[in-house]
Design a protein around this ligand. Structure first.
Ligand SMILES: O=C(O)CCC(=O)C(=O)O
Ligand SMILES: [Fe+2]
Length: 208
């Protein structure tokens, strides 16, 4: 570890993850990067077909709009465009750091663009599947328009327990540039109904 340098920003995220299983940061990417990611998402949405997102995996995949109403497009890490490369470079730097400091054994991830049209939501769920529990950290980066108004809804609600073991919801607004990282295996969460198109890149850092 001779060339190891402590990254205080990453350390804050790791502290949050250890202490409460989630972290919310607004400066993981620069404002300029967020602008490029947003423009890229919108371009891809015009050029390529986003597909209605399914629940379940492999042969269990199903589209159930009463559960989840977003449309998605998977990113191809083997052929990223210039803008996606900026995203992967930072995420992979974070993965390396977390593996060196927390021995999580992350092997990379899977990522998709997501678009929630007005009137859609994603009901309470956990991000792992019965048949595949490799997802370890969930990462959601909001690419909403610059003047996103929290009254438009689409909040991420994370289900937690308070000191008396009562359930509570932590409400996180989908502010542009905000990154939420959470423990995929532990935290149930939902996307509240949105009434203005909501954009994001969602990804999962996975073990082997
Ligand atoms: O967009 C969000 O805030 C969360 C999305 C989500 O839970 C998922 O795609 O599994
Ligand atoms: Fe989720």
């Amino acid at each position: 570890m001779s060339d190891f340098e402590v990254n205080l920003f990453y350390e804050l995220i790791i502290d949050d993850l250890m202490n409460r299983k989630y972290s919310v940061v607004d400066a993981f990417f620069t404002a300029q990067e967020i602008e490029l990611f947003r423009a890229n998402l919108k371009l891809k949405r015009e050029l390529s077909s986003f597909k209605k997102a399914a629940i379940g995996n492999n042969e269990n995949e199903q589209i159930v709009e009463e559960i989840r109403g977003d449309s998605i497009l998977w990113l191809d890490e083997t052929e990223p465009d210039e803008v996606e490369k900026m995203y992967f470079d930072k995420v992979n730097d974070f993965i390396l750091y977390v593996n060196r400091t927390c021995y999580l054994g992350l092997q990379g991830g899977e990522f998709h663009y997501a678009c929630y049209p007005p009137g859609t939501f994603y009901k309470r769920h956990l991000d792992i599947f019965h048949s595949d529990t490799r997802r370890t950290l969930s990462m959601v980066l909001y690419l909403n328009d610059e003047h996103w108004n929290p009254s438009w809804g689409g909040e991420l609600a994370i289900y937690l327990q308070d000191e008396d073991a009562n359930e509570k919801q932590e409400i996180i607004h989908a502010l542009p540039g905000r990154l939420v990282i959470f423990d995929s295996k532990a935290l149930e969460h939902e996307v509240k109904m949105v009434n203005h198109t909501r954009y994001s890149i969602t990804g999962w850092l996975k073990t082997r």
